[in-house]
Structures are given as C-alpha cells and as structure tokens.
Design a protein around this ligand. Sequence first.
Ligand code: SAH
Length: 370
Amino acid sequence: MNRTASLTALERELVAMIAAEGPVGVDRYMTLCLGHARHGYYMRRDPLGRTGDFTTAPEISQIFGELIGIWSATAWQTMGEPSPFRLIELGPGRGTLMADLLRAVRVVPEFIEAARVALVETSPALRQSQDETLSRLGVAVDWHFRLEEVPPGPTLLLANEFFDVLGVQQFVRTATGWHERLVGIDDSGKLAFGLAPDPLPPAVLPDWAEAAAPGEVVEISPARDEAAQAIGARLKAMGGAGLIIDYGHVRSEPGDTLQAVRDHAYQGLLDRPGETDLTSLVDFEALGCAFAKGGAAVHGPLTQGAFLSAMGLAERTEVLKRHADMNSRMDIDAASKRLAADTQMGHLFKVIAATHPDLPPPYPFKEPSA
Ligand code: SAH
C-alpha cells in the first residue's frame, strides 16, 4: 500500500481540530504529534535502534550508561551518601541507560541498596520496554507521568535526549515585527505552515532575539523552561544533582532547528504526523537559566566528547576490547568513536549538571573561572 497516499489518523484529527479551532503554534503541533494519547509518535511504538527511526547514545554503546553510573555514584558520595534517595530518569527510552548504570555501580553496593528508581515516562509502549529491560536486574522501579509525582527525597536525576522532544514555539522576524509560526490548513485541506497575522507585543521575546535578521526564526520553549525550573526547585528543596544530555547549542541564538526524522532519514515537518519524530536543538543557556531560576547551581555545559573522555571513555573501551573477539573489537571502537568524535555526536551533544547550591561542582565540571 502506498502509505503517503493516505492521511495518518493523527493528521485527520489535526485537520478537523484546526478547521474548528484555528491554527496552532509549533509547540502544540509538536506536543500533539509526539504525545497525543492515541496517535502520538511515542505512545505506541519503540522508535529506537536500527529497526526504528533513530539511535541514541545508550543504544550505541553500553559504555555510555556505565560512565554515567560512575558519575552518579561519585555525585551520590559528594551528597553524603543519603539513604534512601531517588534515582530519577526522565524519558528513559528502553531503560538501557538505567540498566547499564545499575550494572556498573554494583561495585558500590550501598548505592544500589539506597537507590529508589523512579522513571518519568508518558508512553505505555516504552514503559513496557523499560520494565522488560529492568525487571531482569531485580531492581524495584516506579513509574510516573511527571517529575512532580515522584515522592520527595534526595535526588539524582538523569535525562538523555528528553528535553529535545519538549515543544518549542517559533517566531519569525518580519518588517511588521515578530509573528508566531503556526500550523494551519491550506486551500486543499492539507496541513501547512503560516504566520500569525498579528505581531507580538513588545518584550515577549528574550533580549537575544534582537540578534535575528529579518526573515530569521527564533525558538523558545516554555515547556523546557518549566521542566528545568522544576528540576532546579527539586534539587534546591531536597538536595541532590542532575545530569542532562542532549543535542543543542551553548548560547541562545536565532535559528530554525526543528527537524523531523523517520527511518533514520530527515522528513518534511508536516510529513506523516504521529509516525515521525519531531525534535529541535536544546538551548543550553536557557536551560541553565531555568535551573538557576528554580534555585540550583549550574555546571557546564561540556561537550559530550569532553565529558565522556574525562569520565574514562578510552580506558573503558580498552577494557571491553580485551574481552572481545576481533570483529567485536572493531564494533566497540566504532561505537566509542561515534559517541565522542567531534564529527559525530561528541561536539553537537552537550552535558550540563545542576546541583543543590551547597554542593561543589561534580567531576568533571569545574568552578567557573571568574
Ligand atoms: N533517553 C532515552 C530515550 C530518548 S527518546 C535514550 O536516550 O535512549 C525520548 C523519551 O522521552 C522516550 O522515552 C519518550 O517516550 C519520552 N517522553 C516523551 N515525551 C515525554 C514527556 N512529556 N514526559 C515524559 N517522557 C516523555
């Protein structure tokens, strides 16, 4: 059957909704495409890995989760080894990072005994996948829909490729001011991009938006700011540390970074809604500001390459290779390179930490030089 000939179930719903209620912002479009209760991209499928649409760092190499395990155990010791504590992961995918982490920190049995694992996940399909991965390890796991639902307690929080799926608003600079980019329907009844007719009132956008040239787009994300501020507030109130990894840029800057991916290839942003992943680059400056607004101290960002190297990527790669045959040795090398090389994920991906303000910068983050 020619899949492109027919509309997706979500597309039909979106067209009907927009016909009744008018165009929606890009953030709402993203949220519906990814999280719609019945037809959202993440809700029914496991999109990860070679047979899915994209591959994430934990799926590339077990070393990723192992090094984050070492980071976590060290941060927990710096926190004064609270027992129990909440080991929280946002958007855990298949549970691979958490499984590799827990395996690596078996050498610190007190950490495992003290950890209460809490997974924040909206997708029933991925919750099942996480359960399958983690039940084999004999660790008790609780699931939650939102961070706010996780019971109180000292916190170690992890999130890899979670913030990029939270929606962004886009605004275009024109001769008549800033206009929000919207998804509406065109004359033939299909989804189409357009601009809100009325310009934004002054001072809605942050100051850095002034750097945009006419025709350029700026992206802001109230959803990401809110999530990061909630993390900052939790760390401040309950103590602890968080490590967030994602692709993005260090400074807030103009640019349209929204992208659609299906089957390991870029797609049109309006193509097969609900069957296509939609993400945009994470603005780490905005993320840091939101952590600080919540009350946390912010460390970094570092590039993923610099972070993994400092955590011992090369050494761990050699250890793994020692126990492998020739072919596997080449695979292990290639996977480590993919994670850390500047031309692959090493530079585009960034790692930022947030902690209770009384904690020192967790290794390998350093005091900011004044
Ligand atoms: N961290 C995993 C998966 C990244 S994909 C990895 O690195 O492999 C994004 C993950 O976030 C998926 O598990 C998806 O179901 C989940 N997710 C998407 N939107 C969410 C939301 N609003 N709240 C919680 N989890 C969400």
